[in-house]
Ligand binder design. Sequence first.
Ligand code: GLA
Length: 691
Amino acid sequence: MQLKRFATALLLGTAMTFAVAQASELTVVPEAPTFKGLAKINYVNASDIFEFKALPAYHEPGWITKNFVDTGKLPKVADRLPKEPLVYKAGNMPDGIGTYGDVMRHVIGGRPEGWNYEAGQTQGWGGIDIGLYECLTRTAPLFEVNAKGMEPLPNLAKSWEWSADGHKLTMHLIEGAKWSDGVPFTSEDVMFYWDDNVLDPNVSPLNGATQETFGEGTTLKALDDYTVEWTFKDAFPKQYLYNMAYGTFCPGPAHMLKPMHPKYSKNTYDQYKNAFPPNFMNWPVMGAWVPVEYRPDDIIVLRRNPYYWKVDESGNQLPYLDELHYKLSTWADRDVQAVAGSGDFSNLEQPENFVESLKRSAEASAPARLEFGPRLIGYNLDFNLSANGWGEPDKRAQAVRELNRNDHFRKAVSMATDREKLGQSLVKGPFTAIYPGGISSGSSFYDRNSTFYYPFDLEGAKAELKAAGLEDTDGNGIVNYTDGPMKGSDVEITLLVSGDYSTDKNLAEGVIGQMEKLGLRVVLNAQDGKQRDALNYSGQFDWMILRNGSEIATVVQNTPQLAAVGPKTSWFHRAPEGGQMDLLPFETELADLVNKFTATQDEAARVDLIHKYQEIYTKNVYTVGLTEYPGALIINKRFSNIPSGTPILMFNWAEDSIMRERVFVAADKQGDFELHKDSLPGKPGDKGPVE
Ligand code: GLA
């Protein structure tokens, strides 16, 4: 009922208070419209969530004991678990100790390239890789952890100590844990990831980890099977613990990958990357579920990992859910299916679907719950700022790069962008806010008074274009270059965007229309997610519209992506292969601020540094922020242990934040969705699961 009232209030959209912009003066951004009814987060201390310890006895689903252990196919559960498993505390589970069975049916818009995440292959997103690869630390659950003294949670690294001088960090890996095929997880897996993937310039892990992600000059070595030692140039750079979480330090199975790597085989780098295509089944993982079936454009099915190394306080081996589905469809269909009940989960992130989803979820008979979180989803228009060869631009593209680096030009684009109109064209009502770019207004580091923008003013924008040396000399409505190698030509700019999301395409079309009024010809280049990423990483774009990552929401997660602190950390300004960065003076300031943020432990200083960052970012129009809005988690009502107020994106996506391994379905609510009931993953490379 409460949800229904909330939905009505949202749909009426009464709380709209946009400031009317009159002039093109640099202005502090107006306050975002508010809406009430957000679910409350129950904040806890990190130590309330889990600990590592041995328990007197361990349990598993009955069918595993009967069909696998009693028949000698699998060691006893106690022998499959590490010495001290990760133990989730019942007190922090919203619905307590769970029960085994059932499936979570995901729907995704991406497609798997293969299982070699470490060499940059996507598995199709939507949480599939998050569930397969475990990382040294974990940050997704931090959304519910008290901010004071917060640091990443242990995971594969179960504890760590700093040396007295703060330059060395010794990490203790979980001891006796095994990959899903029973092979021990050791420091060899960690070192193979570091030496032959992160440090090898020919390999680029999926989320782009490079040495700079962990600080220039940083080294890592193994002291023994379960101990690794980091050495850093700075003292106590605790910030790097965040970079050891999802995305940038999730090792793959060295026993599978190493023999395929060019350093240890006759393979090329391409052969290494593609050694394990999507139809390679039973890929060994440290995560809770293992891929056992793949039907192209249809489904990926995953079954529980019998060696999973996490348990509940009663000693029940996790996960509770026996199976996971990834239906291969579209992102928009994910919303539709979750609301209708044929799918179980969606991050409602495309505003075009808000109204329908809200209406349906407000009905008492609705199969799914829908809960809005803070305004953390945002979009930016990014300028390619490299003028020294990244992406090998031709004459036309090089001229655009020079424009992108011109203050008047970026100012013109910002002023000609009607952000209110862009937001309202996605969804009417109090959802979207004017977003100038930089740290998101839902972040704890956000400071409105450090956030500047140029309000919409087409005439002012035209004057800025002129100051940038552009004029419509042939009277066709498009400005021409008045100087340089492109002299006389119309200014034509390509806009790279993901074709997988209607929001990305709608924003792009809105921007193209608004730029036409300014006199810029912008040409849409919509690509599927994989191709879009490839063009982005290789620098082959003039402009790009990009949905914000967790660095914009949290500052502390993916921090190196906030500025060009290394040759490959920024989304839109990287060094050409083997070359140098050509940073503009304000970009150097931004990179310095981010480096200082990473190096200091002083909380107040960190806040000041980010406020300064925000001011320099927005005053210089580093990017053109387009819009920001809240997202909602849609989850089928039969699931228990979903933490209240879980944001769809904060430190990580909600697929990780809800801690799927401890999510369960009560016995009387269980559905009949299992496709491979009572089976477990088979041997790596074998066709399917085994019974
Ligand atoms: C895609 C989706 C997000 C989220 C992530 C997880 O990007 O759009 O909602 O599911 O995948 O990786």
